[in-house]
Design a protein around this ligand. Structure first.
Ligand code: FAD
Ligand code: SF4
Length: 490
């Protein structure tokens, strides 16, 4: 949106009236809302019940009153898909929930997802002007989730309007957030859109990675269903580059291809004992449990190892999800081993807080260097190097430095390695002519998302090498705008 469009909406009489109705001082006096949550004791007994229960209508309307409706809304600069935040928040303040979700859906195709999993404290909320006034930021994420849930639960989900068909066909490789955001915009522009997904379920990490206690599958499915109603064709169990080649996609009549194949390749530390039974990647662990139902009772055939003393290596969202899942799988102790300090943890602040409440033991400033095995070849101990913080590194965070000669050995009969992921190599190694970086990501124009093969655009983790849902969606939207421009000129 242009500055003028944002301003025009802000100048509408109903917005001026709301501003006059309550002074900034009174708005500042309202405490930030606390979202109701299941108790830690209860929630570690359930995989599918969401920890955070959502805001009531009254809570949402009161929280919306905290927003000052700034002349220059800095929060919008922190949102990678450019949601008109003050407009949707002010609709909630007025009780106009349908208008609120319409505003969000103009630029975001997955509001119920983003409202739950975006690291808002680093994005929109991190830019809220109230922080400069020593007040807590407006709970923008909670309000976004409220608007999306209200619409879904009312059973009246709106299907965004699409332009008449323009006769052109495009396809998407991968059904994660980048692919879904791309598909949503292209179908609106009038293209025929097919999404190919290698797995048997649509949704990418939203389904196979993020557990249901944080993001229920029914919520993801409802948003995918809206895309289906808009006309997007989803084809599961198709590995592009293996089942169908680049050339065959052209024979099928696709004029453009968007690659959103993610970063699903696990990374390991290459330390002694890492090949032992009972050491596995977080991808494998979470996919078995989230997607295949392993260990979740009758009706699921997929096995998964259970541990009494589980060690999780890493400090990101994947590590938090693995640790909290292990707790729900009945582990007696779950120790999260992270080589930097608590302040450096890259996971969302809320997930860290919830993990601590659930009894995860945070063993920070430690790094695994070796695993010992028992007589059956199963891991039984983790040897940890004690670390300290040194000078800041390229990421700006203080780098972890080993404390010479200081180690600690802890019991571990299951180790989950969640130290990061690498780009999925199938498209980079099967589409000829792509420029591939040293890290294995597809190189694209920063603004255009166009690759060295002109009809192939890419975005999300396959380009960034592991980022966030909303950055992936932002890429998908930029790629759609630029592919539309490119194909319109052809
Ligand atoms: P993905 O979501 O990875 O989807 C890619 C899809 O492409 C997959 O379904 C894959 O099967 C498919 N695919 C791959 N190759 C092919 C092929 N050749 N043919 C067909 N299909 C193919 N981010 C947040 O913002 N907040 C969080 O709380 C958060 N938590 C996370 C928790 C976990 C456990 C993980 C793993 C990640 C988390 N992230 C989080 C990161 C976020 O989920 C990713 O950045 C995001 O999903 C990337 O989206 P994407 O569209 O690029 O790819
Ligand atoms: Fe409201 Fe904060 Fe955005 Fe200002 S910066 S419009 S107070 S959410």
């Amino acid at each position: 949106m242009t500055k003028e469009e944002i301003q025009a909406l802000r100048n509408e009489p109903w917005r001026e009236e709301l501003r006059k109705k309550m002074s900034p001082k009174d708005r500042g006096a309202i405490e930030r809302v606390k979202m109701p949550e299941l108790t830690p004791e209860y929630r570690v007994t359930t995989f599918t019940e969401e920890v955070q229960q959502g805001l009531t209508k009254e809570m949402a309307m009161t929280e919306a009153q905290r927003c000052l409706d700034c002349a220059d809304p800095s929060c919008m600069k922190g949102c990678p898909v450019g949601i008109n935040i003050p407009t949707f928040v002010k609709h909630i303040e007025k009780g106009e929930f349908a208008e609120a979700i319409q505003t969000i859906k103009k630029t975001s195709s997955l509001p119920a997802v983003c409202g739950r999993v975006c690291p808002q404290e680093k994005q929109c909320e991190g830019q809220c002007i109230k922080l400069k006034m020593k007040q807590k930021a407006v709970a923008i994420g909670y309000l976004e989730r409220f608007a999306a849930d209200y619409e879904r639960e009312s059973g009246k989900m709106q299907v965004p309007a699409c332009a008449p068909k323009n006769g052109k066909k495009v396809c998407v490789v991968g059904s994660g957030p980048s692919g879904l955001a791309f598909a949503a915009d292209m179908i609106k522009f009038g293209y025929d859109v097919t999404v190919f997904e290698a797995l048997h379920e649509i949704g990418g990490v939203l389904k196979y990675g993020i557990p249901e206690f944080r993001l229920p599958n029914s919520v993801v499915e409802a948003e995918i269903d809206t895309l289906r109603k808009m006309g997007v064709n989803f084809q599961a169990d198709v590995i592009v580059g293996k089942t169908v080649s680049y050339e065959q996609l052209h024979e099928m009549g696709f004029d453009g291809i968007f690659v959103g194949s993610g970063a699903g390749l696990p990374r390991f530390m290459n330390i002694p004992g890492e090949n032992a039974i009972g050491v596995m990647s977080s991808n494998e662990y979470l996919t078995r449990i989230n997607l295949m139902g392993a260990g979740r009772g009758q009706g699921f055939d997929t096995p998964v190892l259970k541990g009494k003393n589980v060690v999780v290596c890493g400090g990101g969202n994947t590590a938090m999800d693995s640790a909290r899942t292990a707790k729900r799988m009945g582990a007696e102790t779950v120790t999260l081993v992270y080589r930097r300090g608590l302040d450096e943890l890259p996971a969302r602040a809320e997930e860290v807080h919830h993990a601590m409440e659930e009894g995860i033991d945070f063993h920070v400033l430690h790094n695994p260097i070796e695993y010992h095995t028992d007589e059956n070849g199963r891991v039984c101990e983790a040897v940890l190097q004690v670390m300290e913080l040194g000078e800041p590194d390229a990421s700006g965070r203080r780098s972890p430095v080993p404390v010479e000669g200081k180690t600690e050995t802890i019991p571990a009969d299951l180790v989950i390695v969640a130290i990061g992921v690498s780009p999925n190599p199938i498209i980079p190694s099967n589409f000829k002519g792509l420029e591939i970086s040293k890290k294995g990501t597809i190189v694209v124009g920063e603004e255009t998302m166009q690759s060295a093969v002109k009809d192939v655009f890419a975005g999300g983790d396959i380009v960034r090498g592991g980022a966030t849902v909303i950055l992936a969606m932002g890429d998908g939207r930029r790629a759609a705008a630029n592919m539309h421009e490119y194909l319109s000129k052809k």
